[in-house]
Design a protein around this ligand. Sequence first.
Ligand SMILES: Nc1ncnc2c1ncn2[C@@H]1O[C@H](COP(=O)(O)OP(=O)(O)O)[C@@H](O)[C@H]1O
Ligand SMILES: [Mg+2]
Length: 593
Amino acid sequence: MSDTTTAEAGADPTASEPPDKAPISRLWAYAKDHVRLLLIGGALSFGGGIAGLVQPLIAMEVIDALSADDSLRDPLLLLAAVVVVGGTLSALGPYLMQIAGQDVVLGVRRSLVGRLVRLEVAEVDRLRPGDLVSRLTSDTNLLRTVASTTVIGGVTDAFMILGGIALMAWLDPVLFGTTMAMVVMVTVTMMFILPRIQNATRDSQKALGDMGSLLERIFSAFRTVKASSAEDHEIGKLDQAAKTARDRGVTASLWEGLAGVAAWMPINIAFLMVLGVGGARVASGAMDVGTLIGFLLLLFYLMGPVNGLIASLSQLQIGLAAVKRIEDVAGLAAEESGNGEAPTATGPARVSFEDVRFRYGDDLPFVHHGVTFESSGKGLTAFVGPSGAGKTTVFSLIERFYPITSGAVRVDGRDVRDWPLADLRETIGYVEQDAPVLDGTLRENLVMAAPDATEAEILDVVERARLAELVGKLPEGLDSAIGYRGTTLSGGERQRVAIARALLRKPRLLLLDEATSQLDATNEAALKQLMLDAAERTNVLVVAHRLSTVTSADQIVVLDTGRVRAVGSHAELVEQDELYRDLAAQQLLAVAE
Ligand SMILES: Nc1ncnc2c1ncn2[C@@H]1O[C@H](COP(=O)(O)OP(=O)(O)O)[C@@H](O)[C@H]1O
Ligand SMILES: [Mg+2]
């Protein structure tokens, strides 16, 4: 059942693992900057432990003093001091190690955020955001324990075990051999169990990611889910994912438990065997009783560190599972920011496509089969064509959201691949087809493309995009929250917000993907005016769905199935191009009405 859920939740491209880059060395890379703090914390904890050990010794002093009728003052003061210092160290040491653990998590999260936000658009097309969120929050959290107490605890335990073993070898080689047989047994069992802890943890974390994805899927189309009465269905899927996470978590715990048993059992068997073999040797006079007792005490003493080491190794597996999921993201392609200098052009930007061939993926059909057009100087260029012709794709390629297969996309005569990305995009104001608005205030939405905009500039674009009325209506004006994806706005309002945002960037090239029928007649007329005003100063490219827009255009590019059919003015195209005539008669007019 669980696998069905996973499959239904969509293919997980991040699961296509990059060749194993030794996760343990990745973990070390995360932790190495914080080793000093870890060591200090470890040393303080150790000091706290020593203080705990000497406490009874000093208590003995107190009792001796009591019976000898000596002054109690000095031993009592000493005892008090040891208690206070020991307590402080025992609290401070783990605290410092926890800080180091949090610092490691912070570092990983920072680098992950930096990566996620800079991913290529094509990568994000395939990804499930909910799963990425769980990698950033839940998986990184698993690193905290590993990077703090586990490492130090494991290393201390390992040293204590090594010391104990050396002592055993020195005490009696035969008993040492008996014990070593058990050590080998523990090691072999652990080699079997530890990878299973890691796998189960990874599966469980993956199920958490699936849950995140499913939830994100529901909230991104919440009204549709409700309108489709799909709540029960969606709840069922989430429930299944939650159950999968639980089951796999239980499996991980089972293996962890087995690891504990697997450590405990052989030590106890060793205890019995040493008792047996040692007893026989004592009886035959090959060994004295004192050595046997010393050996048994050593074994007894080693139980703690062995259990501790096994627990640390189990914990390490959990951390490694998290590292793998985090590293999957690091394997995704981020955008190249590009180098070189931007052209120092001013005024309207020039755009040209030269025989551009493009497809969204190597396994997908071509969307552009050699698109060629040019648009220079101020003015309005309209793109028309049937749905799916590749109009929106033209804008995506100008923004360099995707790499083209062949040909060239140029802005200001320079191939977009040779532009520094930030400069290229700074040149452009882009209004997407579905006019996205982000969670936050209206002001945040406007200035995100131009953080340095002055109040006067903001008010100016608000006026020009005909948002003034909306701003007046909102309880806190520009500082009103407009909800997740701007749900509290109408479609037309969202579009005007997107236009205002693009204008605030003072672009030299304005790309407008007109949404159909989002605007009423008054606003449409106003926006057409705004577009024409902008076209007075800059180069405006618009995907047109309205006849009023195309008739005002200086140039119309007719796209059909990834090819430019015709270029010309409205009058010319009505005259010459059959498809355009049909479009104008049916599609554009229908919308205009
Ligand atoms: N991100 C994408 N991944 C894969 N295919 C896409 C993607 N975006 C668009 N397409 C496909 O590319 C073709 C052209 O899309 P588009 O440029 O959006 O057309 P339109 O002219 O309607 O704006 C369509 O067949 C569409 O299915
Ligand atoms: Mg489109």
